[in-house]
Design a protein around this ligand. Structure first.
Ligand SMILES: NC(=O)c1ccc[n+]([C@@H]2O[C@H](COP(=O)([O-])OP(=O)(O)OC[C@H]3O[C@@H](n4cnc5c(N)ncnc54)[C@H](OP(=O)(O)O)[C@@H]3O)[C@@H](O)[C@H]2O)c1
Length: 260
């Protein structure tokens, strides 16, 4: 039995990707640290007629990627698609952030993604066709003042994804990176969007929309997927503006994150 593995699949974009995969008939392995919601998410997915198994695991635990790999091996779960979705974002002025929060963010958004990918590569190589989908952000190439560390972790994911996509170009594994703009998922995101006012509403998308665009792009072999016309436009403009102009503009637009 072949599965798609999704990290951080209990809520938000990860859950929407799981639901979209199930609608496409894909069997699922879902990982989350949320023991309260994972069983019910898995049950709802099974109700769509596909197999679904869940693993409750805090992926930031030092041995978590190894535990995940052992769980797959012991249960003979074959995986031909990996969705590295799990990630968190905290903001504020760099000096006011807690060091522990920034280290946690770098660990979850980057270290975990690299180690899970590394450990799953041999399994992904076994199949005729395999896929890796990594969750970055529009902020990957638009470095946001007042979200310095988050933005940097997403830049890491972006660069890492492009580099391994090139390394694996002639293999059976297709790698895509998705760079969503604001997506209405958790309370933290809602707070940021409220702080922005009407401006963020024109860019805001729902998790189900992002999931559909991301999976379509992945299966078409697109390396970089930017959901939403306006987000894609900003992504392009950001790549051609002189750095000083871009950074000063971003500082003005995102000054609200100093406090919100
Ligand atoms: N939302 C946006 O606007 C946006 C925009 C661009 C990119 N992204 C990226 O998209 C991805 C998903 O974001 P989201 O907004 O959908 O997140 P979310 O709503 O916070 O959901 C994240 C999921 O991951 C789980 N999780 C968190 N920490 C974990 C850990 N240590 N171990 C295992 N599971 C853990 C969460 O469970 P708990 O809730 O129990 O912790 C939750 O189920 C992230 O990589 C994010 O950076 C989001």
């Amino acid at each position: 039995m072949v599965y798609t593995l999704i990290t951080g699949a209990c809520k938000g974009i990860g859950k929407a990707i799981a639901e979209n995969c199930a609608a496409r008939g894909l069997n699922l392995l879902l990982v989350s640290n949320d023991s309260a919601c994972l069983p019910s998410v898995c049950e709802a997915i099974r109700g769509k007629g596909v197999k679904c198994e869940g693993l409750v695991l805090d992926l930031t635990e030092p041995t978590a990627p190894a535990t995940l790999q052992r769980w797959m091996l012991e249960n003979n779960f074959e995986v031909n698609m990996l969705v590295n979705n799990v990630g968190i974002g905290k903001g504020g002025t760099f000096a006011s952030m807690e060091m522990a929060d920034m280290q946690y963010m770098m660990k979850l958004n980057n270290n975990v993604l690299v180690e899970v990918t590394y450990r799953l590569l041999p399994e992904l190589k076994k199949h005729q066709k395999s896929y890796i989908l990594n969750l970055s952000s529009l902020e990957a190439t638009l470095p946001l003042p007042y979200k310095a560390v988050y933005t940097a972790t997403k830049n890491f994911v972006y660069a890492f994804s492009l580099a391994i996509a090139e390394e694996l170009k002639f293999s059976n594994i297709s790698v895509s990176v998705v760079c969503p703009g604001p997506v209405l998922t958790n309370a933290e995101g809602l707070k940021r969007m409220t702080a922005h006012g009407g401006r963020s509403k024109i860019l805001m998308m729902y998790p189900a929309q992002v999931a559909e665009i991301a999976l379509e792009g992945l299966f078409r072999g697109k390396r970089v997927i930017v959901p939403g016309f306006l987000n894609a436009l900003f992504f392009k403009i950001g790549s051609i503006l002189p750095v000083n102009v871009k950074m000063s503009l971003l500082e003005k637009l995102f000054r609200v994150y100093k406090t919100a």
